[in-house]
Design a protein around this ligand. Structure first.
Ligand code: UD1
Length: 373
C-alpha cells in the first residue's frame, strides 16, 4: 500500500507527524506492505513557519515541495491543484491523507477526487457554521470529497451525518495534535525562556477577521497594552499579523511588559502555553492544546468549530468584545494568584474522550487493518 500525505501550512505539520510515525510503525510489522510519500505544497515557506517544525517534530524531509507560496485564495488553491495533479499521476498512491482545514487541504482533496484516488481527511467534521471563514468552506468541501473521515470528537461525527455523509466512512479516532503534544511536552520544558517571569499571558492572533480590520486591531492592541499593566504579555506574531501591525505603524509599539516576538518553534511555544496564566488567541489548535493542558483560553472569535473545548475544556469565547476580553482576563488573574494554581499540574489531560496520545495509531490501524484496534 502506498500512502501519500499532503501538508502545506504550519498547523498541518503537528497533525501529520504522528500519523507518519504510526504508519511507519505499522510498516515495521511487514516492511513490504507500506510505502509513504510526503508532499509539501509550500503554502507556508518561511523557515520559522515550516522548516523548524519539521526538525522539532522529527518529520522526514518532504519527497517534493510544490512551491506554491502566498496569494489570493483562488491563486493559492488553484496553484496547489495545478502543481499536485502531475505528482499524483506520477506517484500513483492508493490513498492520500489531507489534514485540517487550510487551502492546501481542499486543493489536494479536489485533485484526488477528480482522478479517482481515495482521500482520507484527518480532523474531519469540525464546523463553526460561519461561512465567512475560509477554513469553514475548506472543511465542508474536503469532507464531502473524502472517502475516509477521521474525526477528533463526537460532535464531528454528528455534523457529518447531518450533512448526509455515510456513517461507514466516518471514524472517531481522537485528536492527532494532542498525540504530538503528549509526545513532546517533556522535551518542551527545556525550551522555556529563562528571562520570562510568571504570571504572563500568551497571545496569538492571525485570523483575517481580527488582523485585517485595522481599526479593530488597533483597539485590540490597546487592550493588550492595558492588560500588560497587570501581567507580562508574550505575543509571537504571525507574518500576516506582522504586516498589519506594520501598516498600523505599531510593529514595535510595545512596552517592557508586552513583548512582540517572531513566530516561535513548536517546543518553545508549547512550553509557553504550559506555564501561561492564560492564553488569548484566535487559533483553532490552541483552543485544543490549552484544553488538554488545563490552561484558561480566551478566544477572540464569535464562534468556534471546536465546541468541545468549551463544553469539556478551558476555552471561553469572548467574541469581538473588548470589555468581555478585559473582564474575563481580570477574573483569570484573580484566580491565578491563588497559591495552588501557581503550581498547576496538567489536570485536564483526559477530559476529552480519545485525546490520549493514540489517535494516530487508531488511524493507522483503520487504514491498514480496517479497524481502530
Ligand atoms: C493559513 C490558514 C489558516 C491557518 C494558518 C496558520 C488558509 C485559508 N488559512 O492562514 O487556516 O490557521 O495558515 O498559520 O489556508 N506568510 C509569510 N510566510 C509564510 C507564510 C505566510 O510571510 O511562510 C505571509 C504572507 O504574506 C501571506 C500571509 O502570511 O500572504 C498569509 O499566509 P496564508 O498561507 O495565505 O494564510 P495564513 O494567514 O497563514
Amino acid at each position: 500500500m502506498h500512502i501519500l500525505h499532503v501538508v502545506g501550512a504550519r498547523p498541518n505539520f503537528m497533525k501529520a507527524a504522528p500519523v507518519l510515525r504510526a504508519l511507519a510503525a505499522q510498516s515495521g510489522i511487514d516492511q513490504t506492505k507500506l510505502r509513504q510519500t510526503l508532499v509539501h505544497t509550500g503554502q507556508h515557506y518561511d523557515a520559522a513557519m515550516s522548516q523548524v517544525f519539521f526538525q522539532q517534530l522529527e518529520m522526514p524531509e518532504p519527497d517534493c515541495n510544490l512551491g506554491v507560496g502566498s496569494g489570493t485564495h483562488a491563486q493559492q488553491t488553484a496553484g496547489v491543484m495545478l502543481a499536485f495533479e502531475p505528482v499524483l499521476v506520477e506517484r500513483k498512491p492508493d490513498l492520500v491523507l489531507v489534514y485540517g482545514d487550510v487551502n492546501s487541504t481542499v486543493a489536494a482533496a479536489q485533485v484526488c477526487s477528480k482522478l479517482g484516488v481515495r482521500v482520507g481527511h484527518v480532523e474531519a467534521g469540525l464546523r463553526s457554521r460561519d461561512r465567512s471563514m475560509p477554513e469553514e468552506i475548506n472543511r465542508l468541501l474536503t469532507d464531502q470529497l473524502s472517502d475516509l473521515l477521521f474525526t477528533p470528537s463526537a460532535d464531528g461525527d454528528e455534523n457529518l451525518l447531518r450533512e448526509g455523509i455515510d456513517a461507514s466512512r466516518v471514524h472517531l479516532v481522537g485528536n492527532v495534535m494532542i498525540d504530538t503534544l503528549v509526545r513532546l511536552l517533556p522535551r518542551a520544558e527545556e525550551h522555556f525562556p529563562a528571562d520570562l517571569s510568571s504570571p504572563y499571558a500568551l497571545v496569538t492572533l492571525h485570523r483575517p477577521s481580527n488582523v485585517d480590520d485595522l481599526p479593530w486591531l488597533r483597539e485590540l492592541l490597546a487592550t493588550l497594552v492595558d492588560l500588560s499593566g497587570e501581567l507580562n504579555i508574550v505575543f509571537p506574531v504571525h507574518p500576516r499579523t506582522r504586516q498589519r501591525l506594520d501598516d498600523l505603524g505599531a510593529g514595535t509599539a510595545t512596552n517592557s511588559r508586552l513583548r512582540l516576538l517572531d513566530p516561535l518553534p513548536y517546543l518553545e511555544f508549547l512550553a509557553l502555553q504550559r506555564h501561561a496564566a492564560m492564553v488569548i488567541t484566535d487559533s483553532g489548535g490552541i483552543q485544543e492544546e490549552t484544553t488538554f493542558l488545563g490552561v484558561p483560553c480566551l478566544t477572540v472569535r464569535e464562534n468556534t468549530e471546536r465546541p468541545i473545548t468549551i463544553a469539556l475544556g478551558t476555552n471561553q469565547l469572548v467574541g469581538r468584545n473588548l470589555q468581555r476580553l478585559r473582564a474575563a482576563a481580570g477574573e483569570i488573574i484573580a484566580r491565578a494568584s491563588s497559591p495552588e494554581l501557581q503550581n498547576r499540574e496538567v489536570t485536564a489531560s483526559h477530559r476529552v474522550p480519545l485525546w490520549d496520545g493514540h489517535a494516530a495509531e487508531r488511524i493507522a490501524n483503520i487504514i491498514v487493518r480496517g479497524s481502530a484496534h
